[in-house]
Design a protein. Structure first.
Length: 625
């Protein structure tokens, strides 16, 4: 069907709305769903709202919300109006939101009720509109004519309920290809964070690559639980689903307590594609045998693993056990999502690699910029139509990575004789923990704002579950003793939860190299020695099982041991999230030299359950604890 729209992104969105049945589901969440007809109605009315409040093409809309269906509507409406959507972490600290809001200079801010007061503080000019998101405010079943004046005024103040009183805009604008559609920040607490700017051209190029390579024909059910302030969650959730004329299923954020329910949901809903990260695959690998058929439905195509290195052993274990194919992908926010794909076609598949480029070109270069031979390592460079326009208002940072049309990734890679790409390391100083990119300097900068911390260096160390863990080394010139528990508490106030270090260590000195800079290899060895000595001392305490489990928990959750009790659980410890729980399980297994059964793990809801399982092992197997 020819629509006359030349902008490929707008054209694809228009075709989706024209060709997809209004009663087809676009979104299914835990307690909310949205059909294509409802989506179209809300998108049109949101466009009307934007125009009414004076937000037009070329402006920016800041979006901060946990409500994924709300973010989806706002994102699509912004794209169709030629407005750049700036999407932030809804769990970010107030200071982060403040920095990024000022950095992005929005014309309007849509923000959850819980962060609404902070948004009002950010607003320095009356020209910036602030709209409160409260998805719990349900639309009245009666006509707006029969709603009381007070109720009507209340509804008008909250999005999306206010859409009941808006007129819709249904026309499709043929926007220029270089229209900015999206800005995502790769850091948030520094004075000059990097905002990755994507245009309608780069976004459409990525969508076209997905549809062609994954052979999406419409009607697929794509399960994606990833957060929307990350491109893999947003663009492989909202945008890909819409353009593929498919359904976006959002399961609960996976953890060891609910992973079995998540797998049941994927099977029950006849999911075709599951987009996730290696840390979740690690959870799936630990489920009991009765879940071996979780991906056996006739409709299921493959799992896509993204946002971090996939261990080859885990890859093979999942595929062999569940009889499912994993497509391992490589990409960055700067390339929208994925640039290199290992699968699903056999021509692109070699376990252990990230595959081959699907769209655009790659090259591997030495420090002088010359291409290296097959089997040799060098920096991976990408040239693609899905490339970012640049970093927001930062030409120096842009020019440092975009050279003659090539994006220098900062990752070390090699090509084998058949053209498969293997990631072997990193040039740039980024830690990838559980699929989330952590910038060490960003955390160090925050730590140095805390009284008593004169110097801070943040490093990444290998971790069996997370891939890497984040360790912050702090130094006080006056040798002032700093309470680590207090530092963690301040980190929780100043950083997003996903950026808090796994460990903070006060060192007596920071090893320096000949140039006067911190010797990172020496510092990493120093930290390994400290952790080894601590583990050895802990093992010699000879304490009871309960005390040892509580000590381990305090260490993993980064809280004072006084805050931990035998009854500690996710309900009374905010630090007990899915990643921390699995990290705790692995710490318990290492400490007690025992392997917990998968069928027992999914029943754990408190520390008392862990202690009970350990004591049962003593009675059943004679294990010495």
């Amino acid at each position: 069907m020819s629509t006359g729209i030349e902008n490929p992104l707008v054209n694809l969105i228009e075709k989706s709305f024209l060709e997809t049945g209004k009663t087809n589901y676009f979104y299914k969440g835990q307690d909310t769903s949205l059909k294509y007809g409802q989506l179209w109605d809300q998108v049109c009315k949101t466009r009307g709202l934007l125009r009414r409040i004076g937000v037009f093409q070329g402006d920016r809309a800041l979006i901060v919300s946990r409500e994924k269906h709300v973010v989806a509507v706002l994102y699509i409406a912004a794209l169709l109006e030629g407005i750049a959507a700036v999407i932030l972490d809804p769990d970010g600290s107030d200071s982060e939101i403040n920095v990024l809001a000022e950095r992005s200079n929005p014309a309007v801010i849509f923000i959850d009720s819980s962060k609404f007061v902070q948004a009002k503080r950010v607003r320095k000019e009356e020209s910036i509109k602030v709209i409160e998101i409260d998805a719990s405010v349900r639309k009245s079943k009666y006509s707006a004519l029969f709603i009381s004046k007070d109720k009507k005024n209340s509804l008008k103040k909250n999005y999306p309920a206010m859409l009941d009183f808006e007129s819709g805009i249904s026309e499709f604008l043929d926007l220029p290809l270089d229209t900015v559609g999206l800005i995502l920040f790769t850091s948030g607490t520094t004075a000059k964070p990097k905002g990755v700017v994507h245009t309608h051209g780069s976004l459409s190029a990525q969508m076209i690559a997905f549809i062609r390579h994954f052979e999406l024909s419409g009607g697929e059910i794509i399960a994606n639980h990833l957060p929307l302030h990350h491109s893999d969650g947003l663009n492989q959730g909202v945008l890909l689903t819409l353009i593929a004329k498919s359904q976006w299923l959002v399961p609960p954020s996976p953890n060891m307590q609910n992973i079995s329910s998540v797998l049941d949901l994927l099977y029950r809903e006849r999911v075709t594609h599951f987009i996730t990260v290696p840390a979740v695959l690690k959870m799936i690998e630990r489920t009991p045998k009765e879940f071996d058929d979780s991906f056996s439905s006739a409709e299921f195509k493959f799992i896509e693993s993204t946002a971090g290195p996939l261990d080859k052993d885990l890859w093979e274990q999942i595929e062999n056990r569940f009889g499912v194919k994993i497509v391992n992908c490589y990409g960055l926010t700067e390339t929208v999502c994925e640039s290199i794909y290992c699968g699903p076609d056999e021509a692109y598949r070699r376990v252990g690699s990230v595959g081959k480029p699907v769209q655009g070109d790659i090259k591997i270069v030495d420090p002088s910029g010359c291409e290296v031979g097959s089997g040799e390592s060098g920096e991976l460079c990408i040239r693609s139509p899905a490339m970012m326009q640049g970093y927001l208002d930062d030409p120096d940072a842009t020019n440092a990575v975009l050279k003659n049309g090539w994006f220098h990734t900062g990752d070390l890679a090699r090509l084998d004789e058949d053209g498969f790409v293997y990631i072997v390391g990193r040039i740039k100083n980024i830690i990838i923990r559980g699929g989330v990119n952590i910038i060490p300097e960003e955390i160090a900068e925050v730590l140095k704002t805390i009284d008593g911390v004169d110097e801070a260096v943040v490093i990444g160390l290998p971790d069996d579950f997370l891939g890497e863990k984040v360790v912050a080394c702090i130094y006080s010139h006056s040798n002032q003793f700093l309470e680590i528990d207090d530092l963690f508490e301040q980190c929780r106030e100043l950083m997003a939860r996903e950026k808090i270090p796994n460990n903070i260590i006060q060192v007596k000195n920071l090893p320096l190299g000949p140039s006067g800079k911190v010797d990172l290899p020496a510092l990493k060895q120093q930290v390994r020695d400290i952790e080894h000595n601590k583990d050895a001392a802990f093992s010699e305490l000879g304490e009871g099982v309960s005390s040892r489990v509580m000590q381990l928990s305090a260490s993993v959750f980064r809280v004072p041991v006084e805050r931990v009790s035998i009854n500690s659980s996710p309900d009374n410890m905010r630090e007990w999230d899915s990643l921390a729980f699995l990290e705790l399980l692995m710490a318990v297994e290492r400490e007690f030299q025992i392997k917990l059964k998968a069928s027992d793990v999914i029943k754990i809801s408190s520390l008392a359950d862990i202690v009970g399982l350990l004591e049962e092992s003593v009675n059943a197997e004679g294990v010495e604890l």
